[in-house]
Unconditional design. Structure first.
Length: 210
């Protein structure tokens, strides 16, 4: 319990400091957004830096040959090939629609669900990450393993496993945003603070949040 209190105090202190700094400028380059959507769709079977380099190669050369090459480097090549073929079909019209949604959504919560339905490989976490990069990080939460462990550690949620449905994701997200508001820490700033704190705490946190 003492460790949990210490972790929370450190995270909130970082979060308040980050809240005093302007958020990162929204990503608005169509080419960069294409890369980010493809990287997110490629999934967690590879490191994010590798997924990003794969996505960049596909944006520059969206051919069948390049799709096959990228897919062969993935942990799940057949699944990846299928996803990429779908995303890049019809002159990448799926990407055009997705980028339009990311730019000026009428409702972030509605648009990220539409995006998850449209783009193979995207779910609540991936679509939330994309919207956080385009300027909506104060309205939503990117629930990765660090945030989920933190929320369990400080008693906000009972489990730290990844939500398996939109409803569960939104329930945990609402709890996170309420917590952020009550602690007077900007949601995107708290996200960064939790990531730094939980990474630094390492195994001790993993053992505590069981």
């Amino acid at each position: 319990m003492q460790l949990a209190t210490q972790i929370e105090e450190i995270a909130l202190d970082f979060g308040r400091r980050f809240s005093g700094v302007a958020p990162n400028p929204p990503v608005d380059s169509p080419s960069r957004l294409r890369e980010m959507v493809i990287a997110a769709a490629i999934g967690s079977g590879v490191r994010y830096d590798l997924a990003s380099s794969m996505a960049k190669a596909l944006v520059e050369d969206p051919t069948t040959q390049q799709i096959d090459l990228v897919s062969s480097r993935h942990r799940f090549p057949n699944q990846t090939r299928k996803r990429l073929n779908a995303i890049l079909a019809d002159q990448a019209s799926i990407l055009d629609t997705t980028i339009a949604w990311l730019g000026k959504p009428k409702c972030v919560f509605k648009n990220r669900k539409l995006m998850a339905e449209l783009v193979p490989g995207l779910g609540p976490k991936q679509t939330s990450f994309l919207f956080s990069c385009t300027g909506y990080g104060q309205e939503i939460a990117v629930l990765d393993r660090h945030i989920l462990k933190y929320l369990q550690l400080v008693g906000i949620t009972e489990v730290c496993s990844m939500p398996t449905s939109w409803k569960k994701y939104e329930d945990i997200e609402a709890a996170y945003l309420l917590y952020s508001s009550q602690k007077e820490v900007r949601a995107d700033a708290l996200d960064l603070a939790i990531w730094i704190t939980m990474k630094a705490a390492g195994r001790k946190v993993s053992e505590c949040a069981q």
